[in-house]
Design a protein around this ligand. Structure first.
Ligand code: NAD
Ligand code: UDP
Length: 332
């Protein structure tokens, strides 16, 4: 490389963004932080550790471009950054129903605070929205144009309606303040660093199989979900952030392969082996019957699709849970 081809210190600096990830010590957030650091950015991880853990980012404590801030996004925050990923919010039904008022506050007041910050800084902000905005869908698979079927007063409403209101706020900041917003609707995602006690189906089934306990199928097990491996999801989020200012979404991010809970249980048992039996428990209220993303828009707009097959992703996740020791001890 000739001297003139070398990137100057200044141009290198401009490629390095200061990126804030709220909820960065959580499952998805911590993988996103890893990816952003690997891409050469400075990362400010903001978390109140409600469901996240320092352990999820402990491997980064000595990283020169990583910073960790304990902060609750329902309180205002003043920092200087170039991009914001808003991932803070408990995501599993057990966790978001533990303190439903706080869940709605995190989604709504947290969004107002983070949008206010983005507005002052005039920087792009990406919202981790959810397939739950479609509720128990009567359109299948779900395209972004579907407005959803959500119970506004049920046990899942703090999360579903909180996330719907956050989307409204994002689009109003766009219309009213011309803010560069991005909204991704994330479908069930799994992988290493899922919280072992969050009651989500993938972590439940894997831990039950590793412990030789019964596998708890809620209802008849014929209900379906589409499971996206975490690396695919992070890749989609980063691609969305890189789009031009006119690209707002919402865009679905998920794996189009649809499985029943019985099929998921069987695949986990095939991988783990052991003697676990399937037992049926009561189906939770408002549990969606079917869920599968229509990801046509993500393919067209982002050139993105989830490529990790369920078995491959489950094998990596089983390895993580096996090595973590969570099958035999409580999490830190
Ligand atoms: P998670 O619970 O592992 O992570 C959420 C993080 O946010 C945790 O670290 C938690 O401590 C933090 N947090 C919660 N409330 C906060 C507050 N008020 N202030 C600061 N930090 C706070 O969940 P996750 O699965 O990593 O989900 C991350 C985001 O992605 C959430 O916004 C969730 O709604 C969204 N999402 C996840 C999925 C999924 O399948 N994992 C699906 C759809 C949407
Ligand atoms: N589920 C199950 N057994 C479990 C945990 C969950 O059969 O031990 C079912 C649950 O009823 C739902 C599906 O698995 O139909 C996915 O549940 P999860 O909580 O992971 O995600 P969500 O319902 O938010 O999609």
């Amino acid at each position: 490389m000739s001297g003139s081809d070398k990137p100057s210190a200044l141009s290198r600096y401009s490629l390095t963004k200061r990126v804030m990830v709220t909820g960065g010590a959580g499952f998805l957030g911590s993988h996103l932080v890893d990816r952003l650091l690997a891409d050469g950015h400075e990362v400010l991880c903001v978390d109140n550790f409600f469901t996240g853990a320092r352990a999820n980012v402990a491997h980064l404590f000595d990283h020169p471009r990583f910073e960790l801030l304990r902060h609750d996004i329902t309180m205002s925050l003043s920092v200087e950054v170039d991009e914001i990923y808003n991932f803070a919010c408990p995501a599993s039904p057990i966790h978001y129903q533990f303190d439903p008022v706080q869940t709605t506050k995190t989604s709504v007041i947290g969004a107002i605070n983070m949008l206010g910050l983005a507005k002052r800084l005039r920087v792009p902000i990406l919202q981790a929205s959810t397939s739950e905005v479609y509720g128990d869908p009567d359109v299948h698979p779900q395209p972004e144009t579907y407005w959803g079927n959500v119970n506004p007063i049920g046990p899942r409403s703090c999360y579903d309606e909180g996330k719907r209101c956050a989307e409204t706020l994002f689009f109003d900041y766009r219309r009213q303040h011309d803010l560069p917003i991005k909204v991704v609707r994330i479908f069930n995602t799994y992988g290493p660093r899922m919280h072992p006690n969050d009651g989500r189906v993938v972590s439940n089934f894997i831990l039950q199989a590793l412990r030789g306990e019964d596998i708890t199928i809620f209802g008849d097990g014929e209900q379906t979900r589409s499971f996206c491996y975490v690396d695919d999801l992070v890749n989609g989020c980063v691609r969305m952030m890189a789009t031009d200012a006119d690209t707002t979404g919402p865009v679905n991010l998920g794996n189009e392969a649809e499985f029943s809970m019985l099929e998921l249980a069987q695949t986990v048992l095939d991988i783990v082996g052991g003697s676990s039996k399937l037992v049926h428990k009561q189906l939770p209220q408002d549990d969606p019957r079917r869920r599968r993303p229509d990801t046509t828009l993500a393919r067209e707009m982002l050139g993105w699709e989830a490529t990790t097959r369920l078995r491959e992703g489950l094998e990596k996740t089983v390895r993580y849970f096996d090595q973590s020791g969570f099958a035999t001890r409580a999490p830190d």
